[in-house]
Ligand binder design. Sequence first.
Ligand code: C2E
Ligand code: CA
Ligand code: CA
Length: 397
Amino acid sequence: MKILIIDDEPFVLKVLHRQLSSLTDAEVVPCDSARAALAELAADAAQIFLIFCDLQMPEMDGIEFVRQLVAIRYDKGLVLISGEDNRTLQTAERLALAHKLQFLGAIQKPAAREQLQQMLERAASICAPAPPRAAHKKYGTEDLRQAIAAGHLENYYQPKVELATGHVVGVETLVRWRHPDDGLIFPDQFISLAEEHGLIDDLSRVVLTAALTQTRHWLDAGLDLKVAVNASMDNFNDVEFPDFIARTAEKVGVPLTNLILEITESRLMKDPLSALDIIIRLRLKRIKLSIDDFGTGHSSLTQLHDLPFDELKVDRSFVHGAWQNDAIRAIFEASLGMARQLGMKTVAEGPEDREDWDFLKKSGCDLAQGYFIAKPMPGSEMLGWISAWEARRQELV
Ligand code: C2E
Ligand code: CA
Ligand code: CA
């Protein structure tokens, strides 16, 4: 097993190397840049269970490095080391937490031996291969294929409300897998499996069909909701995708203007040109496009103006707690400003408490979607929830 330590200062690197080597049997690998660490990860990811990373580095800094870790789906331990700059540290922490990296904590330079010991203990308890819990079992491709075919995928819906009025204007569709033995399984446990094994087209078609059908039921009940569905970048390799959507919407009787496709920034930008064709065709059909998880992907700002987005969803790591954190608030406000200049609607993801809500109301953001308003729920619960929300809404706006 290996531990990577990354710092551009040779002296710091040497001291850290000596300290850690005296505390652990694992091989401690010093890297003098983030790039060198990424090369180590590319060569030997399976062996690496813990990374100590300096935040201030020339060339690629700690924040960019955390983004790269997200991109390669590193899911073991991470410890951030910082000099004096607390803001950068807070931003990097948020980023790490938002992405389910095993963020073990931050330590100040120079690192004390006890702190290093503590981080090693956390790494041992968190990152060591644990016996699979029911909720975090690894599922096989065949299981998922059968689940899709057997209709075991279920859509949940989370309301999106207008901040100015509190009115519910739409929902986001979030898929779950109702497993006969294991109960409700969340998408982070099967979406990448579907993407990697060519099941995402089938999955997305099932989700879309159910979402449009549900939207029709709501329309029939007098509720005109825009329905957002998450699209994977791989859906944009499927040339049939736009026609499939149009056909299904026509069949169930929902105008395509009621549909929003949410696309994740980081995935979107890997190969923007090949997808552009399909994206433009979706646009021509008047389907709305939303850029998801904004702020967490690779720097894609240059490409934003090439793609016709209607909506920008600021990732929750730049929303929750923004009211009390200058650095996070700055990123949030910059994202809003940019969206506005490009004529896009803005959605704040993940407000969790009253402070978040009050901050968002003042921020000029258009919509909010988060646990403070409601957790995702089955479609059948939406009407009941909306009547309960009405009472809360009066008090909140
Ligand atoms: P996402 O598109 O960013 O969806 C929002 C996630 O944040 C949802 O997690 C939602 O339950 C959660 N969330 C909402 N409000 C809050 C809040 O206030 N606090 C916190 N901590 N979390 C909040 P969920 O349902 O587990 O979905 C995870 C991801 O799976 C989604 O992230 C989306 O990227 C992906 N996903 C879900 N359904 C589909 C699908 O049908 N197709 C594809 N390709 N991806 C999907
Ligand atoms: Ca989404
Ligand atoms: Ca999101």
